[in-house]
Design a protein around this ligand. Structure first.
Ligand SMILES: [Fe+2]
Length: 369
């Protein structure tokens, strides 16, 4: 049996190497997350039954490798085996879509002389994290892929990671900030709050962090969570976490009761009003997107002005209507979010009951459209 690891397939896609990715999951399993550019054929049951005609209709190229993908990598292995019998170079993605959850790609955000911004995208989950590099130092915001990824990106660019920062206590993925800070010796900065049980440097509204020519200022923006904080870089770019997305806002209801959710929705309205006073040209760099990030090197970014112009929720000037609308549109809760919040608050990453990718399975659901 020929397997391919998530890291190898990820690298092939990033390098633009010709490869055909065939997703054989049932249609209902493909609705939320898929590998960008993959071909979908709903032949899961036929392949599981080793029906040789299942793959006959596929016109697979013989000059480039084919990678079969399913949920866990078991049924796709049968597909690869059947196809290999016809002389095609076929592989199964080891661990399937569950393992793919950790795959990432990187895009550079054009910024200013002396300050570089990398958008590190967890493509299989939609989490967006950032590295800001300047004068051989770097800060990482909302680390959501394995700590070694940021370390290797820093090493390639000659950066030393000095600050590791989160925008809030996350509910949809396990924060890698604590691990990254421990492994690099960087300072761990979190918004001031009483939720987490491990040492960190608290940030209050207006506090700042300097890395070379990069100057970050904390903007307290409660709503999605009580402690949610955005970071303004050199007065030109704002890392918004789950407060403001490119076409949506953060849900205010997780880990709380309906009354507190309502209060948080009110706080969110005030926070978004506060952000609106920044220049319309401010680049917005959010903590999530809701579709798989392509391997195209194009950063996901919009200006504040554009977002406020095109997002209906943000045009609502009546606070009460805004609150009612948000509360009526709350999406289903992310899977395992209570367990994930507990891990992010306790910092007890070593004693997980399940594999990380199983805990973090599924899409993030932090946005209200
Ligand atoms: Fe969040």
């Amino acid at each position: 049996m020929s397997t391919i690891s998530v890291e190898t397939l990820r690298r092939w896609l990033e390098e633009g190497r010709p490869v055909t990715v065939v997703d054989i999951r049932r249609t209902k399993d493909r609705t939320e997350w898929y590998i960008p550019g993959s071909l979908h054929v709903d032949i899961y049951d036929a392949v599981a039954n080793r029906d040789p005609s299942a793959l006959a209709a596929l016109n697979l190229p013989s000059d480039a490798p084919v990678v079969f993908v399913c949920n866990m990598g078991v049924t796709a292995a049968i597909a690869a085996e059947l196809v290999r019998q016809h002389g095609i170079e076929a592989y199964v993605l080891e661990g399937g879509m569950q393992a793919w959850s950790l795959a990432y790609n990187v895009a550079e955000v054009p910024f200013e002389e002396g300050v570089e911004i990398l958008q590190v995208r967890r493509t299989g989950k939609g989490c967006l994290s950032y590295m800001i590099g300047s004068d051989k130092g770097a800060a990482v915001i909302d680390a959501s892929v394995e700590a070694k990824v940021y370390q290797s990106l820093a090493q390639q660019r000659g950066w030393e990671i000095r600050a590791v920062i989160d925008t809030h206590v996350h509910a949809d993925h396990i924060s890698r900030a604590l691990t990254l800070a421990r492994q690099t010796g960087a300072t761990l900065y979190l918004p001031a709050q009483n939720r987490v049980h491990y040492p960190f440097t608290p940030l209050e509204d207006g506090d700042s962090i300097d890395i070379g020519r990069a100057h970050l200022i904390a903007y307290r923006t409660p709503g999605h969570t009580e402690e949610s904080t955005c970071y303004l870089l050199n007065d030109k770019a704002l890392f918004t976490g789950d407060t403001l997305f490119l076409d949506a806002v953060g849900r205010p209801d997780l880990h709380t009761d309906p009354e507190a959710a309502r209060r948080r929705a009110e706080l969110l309205y005030d926070s978004l009003l506060r952000l609106q006073s920044l220049p319309p040209s401010t680049l917005i760099l959010p903590g999530h997107t809701d579709s798989p990030t392509p391997f195209d090197g194009q950063p996901l970014v919009r200006t504040l002005g554009e977002i406020y112009r095109t997002t209906p929720l943000l045009k609502e000037s009546d606070k009460e209507v805004f609150v009612q609308t948000i509360l009526a549109r709350i999406p289903p809760t992310p899977p395992n979010y209570l367990e994930i919040i507990h891990i992010n608050e306790s910092g007890s990453l070593e004693t997980l009951a399940k594999p990380v990718t199983e805990l973090e399975a599924g899409a993030n659901r932090c946005a209200v459209h």
